[in-house]
Write a new protein. Structure first.
Lengths: 207, 107
């Protein structure tokens, strides 16, 4: 008997109850992996897919998509994904306060600073490059930033899946840069866009 | 309870199912983090009154720390596990495992 007079459950039931409660809490507080990873995956799949059709593998476009159109597709996708992420962050404000909230705020500002710095650097150098190389500069340093910040995020939140997603992005990015703009866009669309969507579904099934 | 003398004592404050769920939920937070009362209430599916009663019992045992503050003009309450609370839950888990082992149950 407990001091409330309820019947004490068997030890195995108690352990199961504890595990269920822990898992449910982690799921509720961490957010749905489908919303965390999915929108970025879709944005990359569509955006880099459009770039791939624009570049082609041997310099001949596969579809009449201009560079500006491909860029618009990618940017729209990223804006939607960013909107979903911002909604998630707003939903979590006021839920938990303390060290984790401070970490989240600093990490958020780090992303923002990184994106601004990346734009300044790429905008400075891209006019000096041929069109194809300028596009590759933008997409490769953007992916470098994302890769490094995912790995750092893994370290901050002690989250191995996030860390390995970062490693994966870094490896695909490096390979794509070596192979050239068409390949970079193709690999980013399929392996990174598709990969993020696959990770989103896998993480959701696991939790 | 006719417990064997070798069996560990279970902490009666935590052993009530509702309070055990409160403790486990708070234990998932990182050290130094506090959770808003309405969120905790929703996570546990309890009424505010019910949760308050359990939290006062846990506060009496110095297992939880309750912080009443304001967000703008709205009063808001945050809840966190104390160091003592974390240790108590750890001890409780160890005791439950020992009980399971001594009963020859499946783990």
């Amino acid at each position: 008997m407990t001091d409330d007079g309820e019947q004490a459950p068997a030890p195995e039931d108690t352990l199961r109850l504890m595990e269920e409660q822990r898992a449910a809490t982690v799921r509720a507080l961490r957010g749905d992996p489908l919303l965390l990873y999915g929108p970025w995956g879709v944005a990359w799949l569509l955006g880099f897919g459009a770039f791939f059709l624009h570049y082609g593998l041997d310099g001949v476009p596969y579809a009449p998509i201009s560079w500006a159109q491909a860029m618009s597709v990618l940017m729209c996708g990223l804006l939607v994904a960013g909107g979903v992420a911002a909604f998630g962050i707003v939903r979590m404000t006021g839920v938990i306060r303390g060290g984790t909230a401070a970490k989240g705020a600093m990490f958020g500002y780090t992303w923002f600073a990184g994106m601004v710095l990346m734009s300044v650097i790429a905008a400075h150098f891209s006019p000096m490059l041929p069109d194809h190389q300028a596009g590759l500069l933008w997409s490769s340093i953007a992916l470098m930033l994302v890769a490094v910040l995912y790995m750092a995020g893994g370290a901050i939140y002690h989250n191995w899946p996030m860390f390995f997603v970062g490693v994966w992005i870094a490896a695909v990015n490096a390979l794509g840069v070596i192979l050239g703009p068409g390949w970079h866009a193709l690999l980013a669309a399929v392996l990174l866009g598709g990969g993020q969507i696959a990770v989103a579904f896998w993480l959701r099934r696991r939790t | 309870m006719t417990a064997d003398h070798a069996l560990p004592e279970l902490d009666p404050v935590i052993h009530a199912q509702a309070r055990l769920r409160v403790m486990v939920t708070l234990n998932t937070l990182a050290d130094g983090d506090e959770i808003a009362f309405p969120v905790l209430k929703d996570l546990l599916g309890m009424t505010a009154g019910n949760l308050s009663v359990h939290l006062s019992k846990l506060e009496e045992a110095a297992y939880v720390h309750i912080i009443k503050t304001h967000k703008g003009r709205t009063p808001i309450t945050f809840v966190a596990l104390t160091k003592r609370g974390r240790l108590a839950l750890e001890d409780y888990t160890t005791a439950i495992r020992a009980l399971l082992d001594s009963a020859g149950g499946t783990s």
